[in-house]
Design a protein around this ligand. Sequence first.
Ligand code: NAP
Length: 284
Amino acid sequence: ESGKWLQIVSSFAKSLIIGFFYFYKKYLQKIFLYGNIFNKKGIIKMEKVILITGASRGIGREIAEKLAQKGYQVIANYNKSEEKAQELKKEYSNIDIYKADVSKRQEVQGMVKYIIDKYKKIDVLINNAGISISGLFTEATDEEWNKIINNNLYSVFCTTQEVLSNMIMRKKGCIINISSIWGLVGSSCETIYSVAKAGVDGMTKSLAKELGPSNIRVNSIAPGIIDTDMNANYTVEEIEEIKEEIPLERIGKKTDISKCVEWLIDDEYTTGQIISINGGWVII
Ligand code: NAP
């Protein structure tokens, strides 16, 4: 008789232990690791709402995926790459997508209104969208100037302004601008791009001073060369030559940038800084 009871008690204990480990793996471990909370649907979710511009491809997409994997609510902005953006939405329940050309004020206003109506706030803005066009300065046209400045600099001015009213009201926010080493040291045949990125860094420093009292941090990440479509025009030989100039002997990966973004989101005392992630290519 007592042997039968012992069997029942031990199988009950076994299922309790297995059940606990299943629950731990599925939910508790993530809470311990990331401080996540449950939302109404029972999906583990972090409280932060994050807008990333230009998140359909390249660095922006990598950042969107990393932050979604951490459980944040991500809004991935895109412009032309509809299909790529839809893929993201399908893959992650906590990635929402929004089509807007961030060089156009009205489209940015529509996007920010959509986010505030739906999620009530924006905790983090990552100004990542950008384009590069190269060519001799003496041959550059007004049209090229406007295109590069509007897509790389005006877009940051415009998106930041539209998002700020919510951040200032809540006395809380984190803005991360993706600039470039060329804004720091200049680049032959990419003068307008360099002007735009230097402008972004200037905005970062000034806004850090203006918005510090509102508890809003503003920083730039200035990447070196990163393996994305933006550098697809380089030949294998050209990439090898560039690698030889880089102390860490490789070009950057998209994850080299997303790791820094994750850190800047968690950080509380860094503002007005231009963090250049470039393998030592440029040291200033
Ligand atoms: P990428 O692979 O060419 O991707 C650019 C992204 O920006 C795409 O998702 C594109 O969206 C979006 N975009 C461009 N113009 C836009 C607009 N007006 N409105 C909304 N989205 C727009 O470029 P990447 O290499 O990831 O570059 C990302 C950022 O890093 C850029 O600011 C770039 O200047 C900077 N950066 C890159 C490198 C590098 O070596 N790759 C180095 C230094 C700095 P759609 O395709 O949907 O239009």
